[in-house]
Design a protein around this ligand. Structure first.
Ligand code: ADP
Ligand code: MG
Length: 289
């Protein structure tokens, strides 16, 4: 019989199978979302990634909708980070890594040799698991890239852009009196919002987030999740998370990966209440992973 109940991830004991009665439906905690977007921002077509010839992402195709949050879930090592790094060509810097397939953004394959990678990574920003502010002031963290790209050409333009970016990242009020302090002096959650502000400052259309909350406490996590909800009005967001509650809270679409393959990709409400694939069900009910 199809198991409709979803494990509340925080209750799961490490790797141990849960008894049926301990499994709590995720819909009890979350209002599960569905995709309503009609516009595709990124079209991933038959992407295969190998490290030294060993396949890590196996022939994955999916469409990422505009102004929505797409969550990538799956057990450790299933290829989530490898996949998300394909979307702004971050894998290019890994020597033993080869990528086949196409990723279409605004009608162009981002793997075309003539694509300007610096521009691409401005348009598709990235936030990592561990907040990584530059060892510079809060102000300079934000303004460094915009200056390089000619987006801020004088002091007043810079001030405005710093304030705007920090405000959009929900950080301005907390740091407005200490903009010259080092970015690394902030708390973990603030540092992560600084990194988001830094990405926003160059006006991206997409932001990739690879487990952005896994180093944060629940309060800082909730702040980032709220921020994601606001940001998606302007920006398309793709987030890797090992926390299924988080995927269920923030995303419209969820993609389940296993052993490098995209097993199931659907509305978040479908994935968490009525998955089509046995392996999806197994993972979301804590049977493995
Ligand atoms: P996830 O983010 O889902 O945990 P990864 O994308 O990090 O998974 O890894 C997918 C597979 O690729 C794993 O088997 C991992 O060991 C391998 N892998 C990841 N990065 C490298 C690398 N730089 N060199 C070789 N193998 C790698
Ligand atoms: Mg990873």
């Amino acid at each position: 019989m199809l198991q409709l109940y979803i494990l509340e991830i925080n209750l799961r004991r490490n790797g141990k199978q849960m008894a049926e009665e301990q499994i709590i439906p995720i819909s009890k905690f979350n209002k599960l979302k569905k995709s309503t977007s009609k516009k595709v921002t990124i079209s991933v077509q038959n992407i295969t990634v190998s490290y030294d010839g060993k396949i890590a992402v196996d022939n994955v195709s999916m469409n990422i909708n505009q102004n929505e949050v797409t969550a990538l879930i799956g057990p450790s090592g299933c290829g989530k980070s490898t996949f998300i790094r394909c979307l702004n060509r971050m894998n290019d810097v890994i020597e033993n890594c080869t990528i086949e397939g196409k990723i279409i953004l605004d009608g162009t394959n981002i793997y075309n040799p003539e694509v300007d990678i610096v521009k691409l990574r401005t348009n598709i920003g990235m936030v990592f698991q561990k907040p990584n502010p530059f060892p510079k002031s809060i102000y300079d963290n934000i303004i460094y890239a915009p200056k390089l790209h000619g987006l801020a050409n004088n002091k007043s333009e810079s001030d405005d852009l710093v304030e705007k970016s920090l405000t959009e990242a929900g950080l301005f009020n907390e740091v407005k009196d200490r903009l010259n302090d080092s970015g690394t002096s902030l708390s973990g959650g603030q540092q992560q919002r600084l990194c988001i502000a830094r990405a926003i400052a160059v006006n991206p259309s997409v932001i990739l987030m690879d487990e952005p909350c896994s180093a944060l406490d629940p309060v800082a996590t909730a702040v980032i999740e709220e921020l994601i909800d606001t940001l998606k009005k302007k920006i398309t967001i793709i987030i890797v998370t090992h926390n299924m509650q988080q995927a269920a809270r923030v995303s419209e679409k969820t993609a389940f990966f296993h052993l490098g393959k995209l097993i199931e990709f659907s509305d978040t409400s479908t994935i968490f209440t009525n998955p089509k694939e046995k392996r999806t069900l197994g993972y979301i009910t804590g049977r493995f992973g």
